[in-house]
Design a protein around this ligand. Sequence first.
Ligand code: NAD
Ligand code: SER
Length: 314
Amino acid sequence: MKQDKILIIGAGGQIGSVLTEALRASFGNDHVIASDLRPLNNQTGPFEQLDALNSRALAGIVNKHRITQIYHLAAILSASGEKNPLWAWDINMRSLFNVLEVARKKNIKKVYYPSSIAVFGREAAPTNTPQFEVLIPETVYGISKVAGENWANYYFKRYGLDVRSIRYPGIVGHESMPGGGTTDYAVDIYHYAVQGKHFECFLRENTPLPMLYMPDAIRATLQLMEAPAEKVKVRTSYNLSGMTFTPQAVAASIKKQMPDFQISYAPDFRQAIADSWPGSIDDTHAREDWGWKPEYDLDAMTTDMLFHLKKQYR
Ligand code: NAD
Ligand code: SER
């Protein structure tokens, strides 16, 4: 059994809930401490209720559990952030500084801090967006991730803190619901389909976005965190690619297995956010530096999503 003690902040979220179980399977239940602002039920290991804005409480938990790695997942995502920009900025940045500072002071071995495709804006190449591209995001969420990536790089260069990061595309999974992003439709659509309900999509039918299936996202995260430090050459955040699809393409993929599925389109404020993001990402650096390779394409993801959700709604 590995000896590390891992703290996950934001363990109740779409990614955190799945990542917690994956880390517990690898490190042992007692070695992975889940934490979240909200109380979480049915935990398979230790849980601490924690507001990541409270630096003293965070330090107390790090001391109590002799934490050696922190996964900082708590954030306000793109769509929620636009409803209250200063609140989103405050949570995203202050929680990150608390994590970086406690990690520096307590000699934490590794920190994981996810970034996002939201770091890109309309000035970036709209397809196959390169790793080192101009970053002028149009959401407060994207601005906070650009700043966060650069602070991660700063703590690495200045203090030698081993912070690692991936720019996740939109994550799709059957285990958990998304928490206020622009890519959320790609999870919701499957839930509507298996319940036999008509789905109204908040993005236009021909809006391409980079997406990634949850098992690939978890595998990429663990792979990056287990890579030897010298292989992690990008210390801001790695571009990561899985697949690209439009709402129309997901609907067509679902219809192959559920011909009666119906979709209509009613774009809202999230359309402008999606329009400011690239449709596809060049992840050559992740592939070359630490061996990233996605396994799921759209149809493989659809098959797996429908299989699991049909059981869930039975
Ligand atoms: P989520 O919104 O589903 O979950 C965030 C969790 O953080 C929630 O459980 C929430 O209760 C918790 N939280 C919020 N404020 C907190 C605070 N002050 N203290 C402690 N916990 C707090 O988010 P997610 O989709 O799981 O995303 C996790 C990370 O991955 C985020 O940093 C996000 O920016 C990034 N990311 C996600 C996606 C995606 O498609 N899900 C894509 C790109 C990047
Ligand atoms: N899925 C996220 C969002 O839409 C991307 O970071 O906000």
